[in-house]
Write a protein that binds this ligand. Sequence first.
Ligand SMILES: Nc1nc2c(c(=O)[nH]1)N[C@H]1C(S)=C(S)[C@@H](COP(=O)(O)O)O[C@H]1N2
Ligand SMILES: [Mo]
Length: 519
Amino acid sequence: MRPSEARSSGASGPKGAAGAAAGAAAAIVALGVAEGIRSLRATWEHPVVSVASWIVDRAPSWLKMFAIRTFGTADKPALLVGTTVLLIGFGVVIGVFACRRRTLGVAGISFLAMVGVGAAWSRPGASLDTAVPSVLSGLASLLTLLLLLHTVASGAAEGPMPERMARRRFLVFLGAAGAVAGTAGVLGRQAAKRFDIGAIRARIRLPSARDSAPAHPTGTELAVPGVTPFITPNRRFYRVDTALAVPQVDPERWRLRIRGSVRRPLTLTYRELLARPLTERDITLVCVSNEVGGPYAGTARWLGVRLDELLEEAGPDPAADQLVSRSVDGWTAGTPMAAVRDGRDALVAVGMNGEPLPARHGFPARLVVPGLYGYTSATKWLTELEVTTFAAYDAYWVRRGWARRAPIKTMTRIDTPRGLSRLRAGPVAIGGVAWAVHRGVDAVEVRIDDGPWRRARLGAVPSADTWRQWVLDWDAPPGRHTITARAVDGTGRVQTDRRAPPIPDGASGWHTIVVNVDP
Ligand SMILES: Nc1nc2c(c(=O)[nH]1)N[C@H]1C(S)=C(S)[C@@H](COP(=O)(O)O)O[C@H]1N2
Ligand SMILES: [Mo]
């Protein structure tokens, strides 16, 4: 066999496979090294997180809504896994091309590193050094690729015997690359835990409220199995946000700025906030993306500083009609000034159900405004309040096609029985929760098939700012039955049966389920 034949046979077969393996290894080294490097600084992100976040911010609304519900709520790293797999795929392609021409490898990896740099710089609060993880992991990746390709090439050039040695060397290098990536990744992940504010948060003792939450009247909790509890435990509270990694905010360094069209701009530290008179209220939070019958609502006991008092101190321009709130991760919400100054219990909240806000729910501080969907009012990881106008600024979701103003629509959810369940004929408790936050729920009515509307028994409530449990005792006859529920709000208005999707200002319509009753 002449050397030229050996070379040509190696170019498409084993050599191509070696290129693919080298490219994959280079990508995996980039991933591992990036994890190691980003753990050096709290403000550095893994490039995959930066790129995935960049995608989330630019994705079309329907995709984003899906992504946020799937990833934000369930906290699933699916987008991160997807981006990772994509990166390894790119690595394989780059490796195969780089086998033919090294410059293609250099160009490919440089391009991906630049994407990482661009994404890192596009993140809120980015500085020049935010790009370091992308740059260094790109370099490590490039080095890996060139080293591995070098062993492939030297084997191919030197003939059959050295080729076997070269293959061994290639495999050794491949293993070494994997070990480097794995070690850097594991060590980095471990080291990054020191940025978790969990330990700091656990040491915080919140002052008690000057103005505590009204006691629950008897019968707030109807104690019907299957009905959502009146207060949602923090661990079970829904989560919706655009953050792929939960922001870890150090309360010592955190500041709340009140600025814009105000006479006296204010800056508050966490301690200063806690030193103010605190108010405690039970308030139901609802996400605009919640479908009829959906789960994205919860009630907590919030502790915080009254927003109207803070604003009063700053002296807002009477012409300003919008309060823009900004989070440490650059997200914004726009709240009507009228709503936060009409006397309702809008809070800059620091506590949730008796503990400091969990990181997922906005530690160290967030907004809670009764009666408005979360995207217009419930900014987590709050850092700035800007007094402005609706004409001057559109907040995050408004720019993506959602309504500027979005009061929570009246909604009734049937929690039990579950839709499509099989029941035994006889007494069945139909129950759930209904909300018309800030207007209150005056009645819930239930209809079986085409029968008359019957009034459900209502749970008691401390105020109009929470949801309300309800139950109706039903003597279920055998057969297939449709159950429909609707509420009447505190202004006497019956919940509309007109079906609307969540976009642009919240879903509407009656919740209907079908059950099968066995004789
Ligand atoms: N920083 C930030 N705050 C945010 C959001 C976000 O994406 N980022 N989402 C808002 C939306 S759409 C809702 S419904 C509520 C949800 O609050 P929760 O996750 O505590 O239930 O937070 C709001 N606050
Ligand atoms: Mo939301």
